[in-house]
Structures are given as structure tokens and as C-alpha cells.
Design a protein around this ligand. Structure first.
Ligand code: ADP
Ligand code: ZN
Length: 735
């Protein structure tokens, strides 16, 4: 049909077709009409009609999705454009990449970008009033006095009334008379800009050399992944702050990713000391109003620096110039639910799409990152010694088979003696054990009954401080029972093995004069709690800290000179892909807390196996030797970074359903050269939150187009409603 006939028959509504991604995973992208009178572009956040409802979405680029176009006559108009800056091209490409690489979908990833619904709602302004210079027609003495009091004032009616000491009616009268004029003000609090020259530290030569490379990279404004590999106490923070300063001088925004909320507070203080103000923060504990404020500030370019958890990675920076991932080796950067992404890798991709350097800072870089440096893909910067007079601590192993703790105790005589010496000298110590609570297992001495979580394949962990047993997987809690639920024996329940609380008990018994503190995610669960903890230690109100991995990184306590690792063998059990690397990192980080100022540090590692390569490397200070051997092993096994893994996790409340679904997945696995599928098998964590779990593991050579193959494979299957299929690309957890 020639176009003019169409035009004659049915006048075509004015506007053009756009594709919109909705924030719901149930519905893929849909086409709408952007009416001519509406001002929107690709990336604009819009409200669209969906059946009788309204939904938020984002106009996406043509060509990203296939052409399942809605017919012209069924196109509906966009309803409105949300008053926030459009999502920029680079961030849109990042969303595409994350959805594709992690086998997720655009809606789920986009929800992480539009992470503050409050930021999208209008009403971000209030009306304030100020003197207009117009004299009111009727100037009563009261009005005159009020105007005198309000020269240079501006505020809400209520605030002005307070300030002038008159009633609100008087102020409203002045508004009506034109003597006070309205001003529209954003309720989004302004952010004070950090000052790059506020307090310059004098960098050491080693620091300056690294800082210069990073400054130049920021100035160049191009993608450049950089691994800042500096020993503990080398001053990595001071050094990368120079790159932050450079970004600020160039009018660019900066994101610093931190692995734990507990590390935020000390970071904020150091930032303020260097730049005069605290940066904005972003983490899951924030109020809606705070999220709105930061999200909008970031999008409008008013926020210069954000320090945040991994979710900050998806903030819509207007003008990003640098991302720093601090403690970049930390596995808490891996998200384990929803979109299973690794923030370290996504940070690098963001730098690539938006054209700026990304700094991965760590004293114990991930093997993958070191590999990228060795093949020349990332730039490597090293700071091989501590700042100032501080020396690396002396590290020794304690062979628990020789140097035995008393029965029912966990602190060996040598470590105890070292603790006593520190107490006498008024210095501080840290005991590291990566187990929260009092005891990991409670059992009945009479019948052998073990307390298990009803929802998970896991033991209930005793937490004596709060008097209960808790499941660390699902949060299920129960009061500590008086009698065994199985055999009814009383006083027959015994705790097995130590957690940090139990070690604390032991210290209190052996060294009653010592002031102790337990530091775990149970006790330092908010930035405020973490700040209290830091203050206590800094003010020397604590002699001995007993903590999990939470206190083994980031903190700088000058008076801390002894670190004791209670059980170095703990992390080496289980044989997961990264067990050795992770244990090495954790102990090296814990050791790195000792002797960070003038007083020398000493570290004792308790183990039953002092000749284990990990322990030997730590004692000999042979980091490179350890990494090289570990890298070689991975190469031989075709494990990451030389080959790739992807896990498929199938779960259902019904065990048979889970097993059958897993078999269907396994049975339909495609035959691909260079790819092998293991399983299905029950997951080690066979039940989690009441769901039965089965796992498959896909192992592939790097040349295999893993995502495409898996999408085609899994996309062709259908499952009962109760079955959930999760894909974990580059998995870190194998439970
Ligand atoms: P890392 O993160 O590498 O373990 P930090 O950044 O915590 O090390 O630095 C260790 C300590 O040395 C901190 O107290 C820090 O303030 C101090 N420091 C590092 N570099 C300098 C410098 N150039 N001038 C003054 N103090 C420094
Ligand atoms: Zn549980």
C-alpha cells in the first residue's frame, strides 16, 4: 500500500518508535511511541503504560535486542519523562555487558542502576522566601521590624517567622504583599567539594613513583587498569589519594569501593584529613532520603567522590574519572545472589566503557589480577616496603603438635607468653580466628545428637554473648536448650571447637587483667559500631582484640605489635579452588596489622602442618614463590584464569523436583569441544533456606563461547514453577 493512502486513511500519530527496558524481569523490552512534543532521548528514564498500570523504564539503543517489534497501530505513547539525567552511553554498555556476561537480564541489572526509587520521584524542591526589595503598600511597625530582621534571610515560612520573632501569618502577609519573593530550592542537600590541596602528605620516593603513574593515567583520561600492589602499611591509601586529587583537579568524579561497611568509618576520617571534607557514601544501610540525595548528586555531577560498597558501582556518574577498588582481592566484592557479578571485574569494564583508569589496590592481589599484570593487560605498580620507620613483622609458625595448648584450650604456650609480654609493655595484640560465635557445633555427650538448622545443611552455632544458637546461612535462631531434645539428658550439651567468643573466654581466664574485645560482623554491624571500636582501640582502652577476617584489613593501630593466628589450617580444609590463595591472603592481611608504626611487630601462626606450602611461604616471606606455584597449579588444571568455570544451581522446596530438574539440565548439556559438564550432584550445602539444592559445574577453555552456549542450552528448557535455576559465572563459592 503506497504511503499516501495510509496517510489518507488513518492519520499517523506524530512521534517515533523507541525501545524501552522495563524494570520487571517478567517482560522483555517493549516498543513505545515517543510523541513529538515529548523531550526524551536514548537513556532517558521514562514512565510507560503497561496494561492498566504505569511502569518505569529506560529508552534503550536500537540494535541491542532482536526485532520483535510491536505493530505500528498497537504502539502506545510514553506517559512521561522522569526528571533525572539520561543514563549515559558508557553505563548503558556496561548494563549490556553485565546482563550478557553473567547470563542475567537487562531488567535486573538496570534495577541496580536505578537503585533509588526516591531519586526518581518528583518533588525534590521546596519553596523558600526572601526579601524582594519591594516595600509593602501597608507597612505596619510589626512588618517593618520583621523585614529589618530578615535582610539577607531566606527560608521556609516557618523558619522566617522564627527568625523574625513574628507569627507565620505576618510572614504570609508579607509574601502576599510582594515584600517577600518565592525561591525554588532543591531539598537535595548540597555537597561540599573535597579540596585536592587541603593537606598534602610528603610522599616517600616509592610512593611518589606509583602516584605519578596514577596521576598521569587520570590526566590522560583513558582506560587503564592498574594493580597497586603495596605491602601492608606501605601507604597505599595515601598514594592513591594522589590520583583522587588529580581527578578532582580535572573536574572528574571518583568512586572508591570498599569491601566492608565496617571499613567505611576509618576511611572517611582519612579522607577528611586529606581533602577537608568527608566523601559521600553509598551502602545498603542508608535511608531513602540519603540514597536519593547521593544518587541525584552523582547523576547531576554535584557529588565529586563516593566511597561505597559494591552496589555503588552502578551509580549514574555524570563525569567519572577514576575508580579505586580498595582491598581488591576481597571476595566480598563477589555478589552471591540476584545478579551474581564480581565488582572488581565490573569496575574494570566500567573504566573500559567510559574511558578512565581503574586502580585495584591490595597487599595481596588476586591471582587473576597478578596474571593480568604478567601478560601485560594490566599495569602493575609496586610499593615493596612499609612507610617510614615501620618494618615488616617477623612471622613464625607454632607447631600445635609440639607446642600444645592445655586440654580444652586453643592458645599455645608460646603465643600465651607473647601475649603476656605485650600486656606488660602496654602494647596491643590481635588474635585472629575466622569463626563467629562461641562454638561452631553443639552436641549431646549422652546420645551424640547434633544441633542442626531445620532449613539448611548446617550446624547451629552457639552465640553466648546474645544467648542463642544461630544458623549462619539463613539466620534461624533458637534459645540454648537446657536438655537434649533427643534423649532428654540434662546438662549433657557440650560446645565443640572454638569461635572468637570462646577464645575471648580463654584469654579472660588466662590473663584476667587484660581488657578484651570481640570484633566480628556481629559486634561491628554498622559504621557507628565500627567507629566506636576504632576509638576504643586507638585510646588504648583495649589490650587484646579477638576478631574474624573483618578486623584483619584496612585498620591501622600503631600500638598493635602482636598478631596470633589461632587456627591457620581452618581455611585449608575443603579443598575449594581458592582455599590456599584465600588462606594466604587472610593470614598475610592479619599479619599486616602488626608493627605498623615504630614498634616492631611479631606474628605467630598456629598450625598442625607447618610445612604446608601456604604456611611455609608466609614464614619465609616468599609471596612471589607462593603465587608462582599456585599459578602453575591452576594452569595445569585449566582453572581460572587459564580456563573458565560456570556453576548452575537448581533448587526447589521439593527434593524430587530439584533432582529431576537437575537431571534435565544435565541431560540436555550440549557436546562442545573444550567444554565439560560435571554433575548434577547434591550441593555441599544440600539444603538452604528450606530449598533442596543441586549443582552442575561447567568447565571450559577460554576459547569457548561459554555465555552463548549456556544461554541457548538453558533457554531451551522449561521447569515447574517451584524450580529456580541460578547461573554463577566465574563462581567463588562452590557450596
Ligand atoms: P596500607 O593501606 O598500604 O596498609 P596505609 O595507607 O594504611 O597502608 O598507611 C599506613 C600508615 O602510614 C597510615 O597511618 C598512613 O597514614 C601512614 N602514611 C603512609 N604514607 C604516608 C605519607 N606519605 N606521609 C605520612 N603518613 C603516611
Ligand atoms: Zn539455616
Amino acid at each position: 500500500m503506497p504511503p499516501y493512502i495510509d496517510r489518507m486513511n488513518r492519520p499517523k500519530p506524530a512521534g517515533k518508535r523507541v525501545r524501552v527496558i522495563l524494570l520487571t524481569q517478567v517482560i522483555g523490552p517493549l516498543d513505545y511511541r515517543l510523541p513529538d512534543w515529548m523531550d526524551a532521548q536514548v537513556g532517558s528514564v521514562v514512565v510507560v503504560p503497561l496494561g492498566p498500570r504505569k511502569m518505569v523504564g529506560v529508552i534503550w539503543d536500537e540494535g541491542v535486542f532482536g526485532d520483535e517489534a510491536v505493530e505500528e497501530h498497537r504502539l502506545r505513547n510514553l506517559l512521561e519523562v522522569v526528571d533525572v539525567p539520561p543514563i549515559k552511553t558508557g553505563l548503558r554498555r556496561l548494563v549490556d555487558w553485565v546482563a550478557d556476561y553473567y547470563l542475567s537480564n537487562h531488567a535486573a541489572v538496570l534495577r541496580m542502576v536505578l537503585s533509588s526509587s526516591a531519586a526518581l520521584s518528583a518533588g525534590g524542591t521546596v519553596t523558600e522566601y526572601r526579601p524582594s526589595g519591594v516595600e509593602p503598600a501597608r507597612l505596619t511597625p510589626q512588618r517593618a521590624a520583621a523585614l529589618d530582621a530578615l535582610v539577607d534571610a531566606q527560608g521556609l515560612v516557618r523558619e522566617l517567622a522564627d527568625q523574625a520573632g513574628v507569627s507565620e501569618a505576618v510572614i504570609r502577609g508579607l509574601v502576599k504583599a510582594g515584600a517577600l519573593e518565592p525561591v525554588t530550592v532543591s531539598i537535595d542537600a548540597p555537597f561540599v567539594a573535597p579540596d585536592p590541596d587541603h593537606d598534602h602528605p610528603e610522599l616517600s620516593d616509592l610512593q611518589e613513583a606509583a602516584a605519578k603513574v596514577m596521576r598521569d593515567a587520570v590526566k590522560a583520561g583513558q582506560f587503564e587498569p592498574i594493580v597497586l600492589d603495596g605491602v601492608t602499611g606501605s601507604g597505599k591509601t595515601e598514594t592513591y589519594f594522589e590520583a583522587v586529587a588529580e581527578a578532582l583537579k580535572n573536574g572528574k568524579q571518583v568512586l572508591v569501593l570498599l569491601p566492608e561497611i565496617a571499613l567505611t568509618q576509618p576511611f572517611l576520617q582519612r579522607f577528611e584529613a586529606r581533602f577537608g571534607v568527608e566523601p559521600a557514601t553509598w551502602h545498603s544501610g542508608m535511608k531513602q532520603s540519603q540514597r536519593r540525595c547521593v544518587w541525584r548528586g552523582v547523576a547531576e555531577g554535584r557529588v565529586q567522590v563516593v566511597a561505597g560498597a559494591r552496589s555503588a558501582l552502578f551509580l549514574p556518574f555524570a563525569n567519572p574519572g577514576l575508580i579505586v577498588v580498595d582491598e581488591a582481592h576481597e571476595i566480598s566484592f563477589k555478589q552471591e545472589d540476584g545478579v551474581r557479578y564480581h565488582a572488581r571485574d565490573v569496575a574494570v569494564m566500567r573504566g573500559k566503557f567510559e574511558g578512565f583508569p581503574v586502580v585495584l589496590a591490595s597487599a595481596t592481589p588476586a591471582l587473576e589480577s597478578r596474571h593480568m599484570v604478567s601478560i601485560g593487560r594490566y599495569k602493575g605498580l609496586e610499593i615493596p616496603s612499609r612507610f617510614g620507620a615501620a618494618k615488616m613483622p617477623r612471622i613464625a609458625a607454632i607447631d600445635l603438635t609440639q607446642d600444645q595448648p592445655e586440654r580444652g584450650h586453643w592458645i599455645a604456650p608460646t603465643l600465651l607468653k607473647a601475649l603476656e609480654e605485650r600486656l606488660e609493655r602496654g602494647e596491643q595484640s590481635l588474635l585472629f580466628l575466622n569463626r563467629r560465635g562461641y562454638a561452631p557445633l553443639t552436641l549431646c555427650r549422652n546420645c551424640g545428637h547434633r544441633f542442626e538448622c531445620p532449613n539448611c545443611t548446617a550446624w547451629m552455632v552457639e552465640h553466648r554473648l546474645v544467648r542463642r544458637l544461630a544458623c549462619h546461612h539463613c539466620g534461624h535462631v533458637m534459645p540454648p536448650p537446657d536438655a537434649c531434645p533427643e534423649c532428654c539428658a540434662e546438662d549433657s550439651l557440650v560446645p565443640c571447637g572454638p569461635g572468637v567468643e570462646r577464645i575471648c573466654d580463654e584469654v579472660n581466664r588466662l590473663l584476667p587483667e587484660a581488657r578484651t574485645i570481640v570484633a566480628t560482623s556481629d559486634t561491628l554491624w554498622s559504621p557507628e559500631k565500627a567507629a566506636e571500636f576504632v576509638a576504643l582501640v586507638e585510646n588504648k582502652a583495649v589490650d587484646i582484640i579477638i576478631g574474624t577476617q573483618l578486623v584483619t584489613k584496612g585498620y591501622h593501630f600503631p600500638e598493635l605489635t602482636l598478631v596470633g593466628v589461632i587456627d591457620a589450617d581452618l581455611g585449608l580444609e575443603g579443598g575449594d579452588l581458592r582455599a590456599a590463595e584465600r588462606t594466604f591472603q587472610q593470614i598475610a592481611q592479619a599479619a599486616g596489622r602488626a608493627g605498623r608504626a615504630e614498634k616492631p611487630g611479631e606474628v605467630y601462626i598456629q598450625t598442625r602442618n607447618p610445612s604446608h606450602p601456604v604456611i611455609a611461604a608466609l614464614v619465609d616471606g616468599d609471596r612471589d614463590g607462593f603465587y608462582d606455584a599456585e599459578t602453575e597449579q591452576r594452569r595445569r588444571a585449566g582453572a581460572p584464569p587459564f580456563g573458565r568455570f560456570a556453576a548452575i544451581i537448581i533448587s526447589s522446596e521439593d527434593e524430587r523436583e530439584a533432582i529431576e530438574a537437575a537431571r534435565a539440565v544435565g541431560g540436555s548439556a550440549p557436546e562442545v569441544e573444550g567444554m565439560h559438564v560435571y554433575g548434577p550432584a547434591p550441593a555441599p550445602l544440600a539444603m538452604l533456606r528450606g530449598r533442596h539444592r543441586q549443582r552442575l559445574l561447567v568447565h571450559a577453555q577460554r576459547s569457548v563461547e561459554l555465555q552463548d552456549i549456556m544461554r541457548a542450552w538453558l533457554g531451551g528448557l522449561e521447569f515447574p514453577r517451584g524450580v529456580r535455576i541460578g547461573v554463577d559465572v566465574d563462581p567463588y563459592s562452590f557450596l
